[in-house]
Design a protein. Structure first.
Length: 233
């Protein structure tokens, strides 16, 4: 195998440098640092995360990687990288929504976490953590912490009739033939059903000492349909 050692590789003309050819694999050894001057794009960004296969046992993490952690078989210890540098980033995701049953320990590996010399513990289902290393004073900082429950609930969306709102409900009133069109159903904790009421027009009372009018019938020309949709937080 040949080896070429140079300090700089640049194009002879034009502005495009091609490394390798179609179908080939370019390997960057573990531990290699790719510096981005701030003007390069599409390569070597410090924020790039390389996602790994699902983890089912204790693992020592590597900076720049994301880990789907499956704790269905028991608690797992994820050890943070040794001798980290500023900007080093790792991500941990609850793969099977079981962090509450079987916790994940973030072993600090001699570095601090949020300024404290204690290990971290992930105990919330669907939890995702992003940590970035700062310095020896604060160590690893949590820059993002989220769960599935924080996603916006999807409510029913529909059109048709005369739309009004009452409390948590949107009401579509139909006094004549028309279409009630649902363009989006509920998802997550959003309701996925509707309520409706059909009101028939009653007759008026007679004059003088006549009795009251009859109850509303189900004659088509007297019907009013109301569809109630819960769609407000």
């Amino acid at each position: 195998m040949s080896k070429i050692e140079v300090n700089t590789v640049d194009v002879a003309s034009g502005s495009t440098l091609t490394i390798g050819s179609s179908g080939k694999t370019i390997t960057i050894p573990a531990g290699t640092t790719i510096a981005n001057s701030g003007t390069a794009t599409g390569f070597g960004s410090d924020s790039d995360i390389s996602w790994q296969a699902v983890v089912t046992g204790d693992t020592t993490m590597v900076a720049g990687r994301g880990y789907f952690v499956n704790t269905t078989g028991g608690a797992i210890t994820m050890t943070l990288p040794a001798s980290p540098s500023i900007g080093d980033t790792i991500m941990v995701v609850d793969y099977a929504s079981t962090f509450n049953t079987n916790n994940v320990t973030l072993a600090r590996n001699s570095s601090k976490i949020e300024g404290a010399e204690v290990n971290g513990l992930l105990t919330t289902n669907d939890q995702t953590h992003t940590l970035v290393f700062t310095d020896s004073t604060q160590g690893w900082k949590i820059v993002n912490q989220d769960t599935y429950s924080s996603m916006q609930t999807q409510f029913i969306t529909a059109t048709g009739g005369t739309a009004t709102t009452s409390g948590d409900y949107k009401i579509h009133t139909f006094n004549s033939s028309s279409n009630f069109v649902v363009s989006q159903t509920g998802a997550g904790s959003g309701p996925a059903s509707v309520e409706y009421v059909v009101v028939g027009g009653g007759a008026s009372g007679g004059s003088g000492i006549a009795g009251g009018g009859g109850a509303g019938g189900l004659e088509n020309q007297n019907l009013q349909l109301q569809v109630h949709i819960q769609q407000v937080h």
